[in-house]
Design a protein. Structure first.
Length: 164
């Protein structure tokens, strides 16, 4: 809340340069802010009495926006990349998929490994679990299983993440 929006009887006032001006009525605080040609801004509404500061509100909002933008720059968004396999995959094709997953993990992404079954392949679900186990074993030097292999619908899914 700023200027006339502040309806409290008493406020603790902090000056423009950061010094404590004490507890006073909000009218007196507003008068001091006008004399300094700045805004009266409530910075701690839950305190008893509420804390107000004399600052340039436009500059204050700009600083907050800049801090938020700086914080967003520093955060890393983790993507989930998917690698799809089939139960009758050849060894060389499996190695190609493992290398692709290795690149994803080294870039800091999570990898969702999906083993999809079509048609009559559904009869051999249990004998195909070793494919996912081999996949995880070959990436065990850089990756750890975040979610173990789970059967959902016509596919088995497993999530791998980078080792810490």
């Amino acid at each position: 809340m700023i200027n006339e929006q502040i309806r409290d009887k008493e406020v603790r006032l902090v000056g423009a340069d950061g010094e404590q001006l004490g507890i006073m009525s909000s009218r007196e605080a507003m008068k001091l802010a006008r004399e300094a040609e700045l805004d009266l801004v409530k910075i701690a509404p839950t305190a008893k009495p509420p804390v107000c500061k004399i600052i340039d509100y436009g500059k204050y909002r700009y600083e907050l926006a800049r801090k938020d933008k700086e914080a967003k720059k520093k955060q890393k968004v983790v993507d989930v990349k998917e690698v799809r396999l089939s139960p009758n995959i050849d060894a060389n094709d499996l190695n190609t998929k493992i290398n692709a997953a290795r690149k994803f993990i080294l870039k800091g992404n999570k990898v969702k490994v999906t083993l999809r079954f079509r048609g009559r392949e559904m009869a051999h679900v249990q004998s195909s679990r070793h494919i996912l186990n081999d996949f995880a074993d070959k990436l065990s030097d850089i990756a750890v299983i975040e979610k173990p292999a789970k059967f959902e619908g016509r596919s088995i899914m497993m999530f791998l993440t980078e080792k810490r």
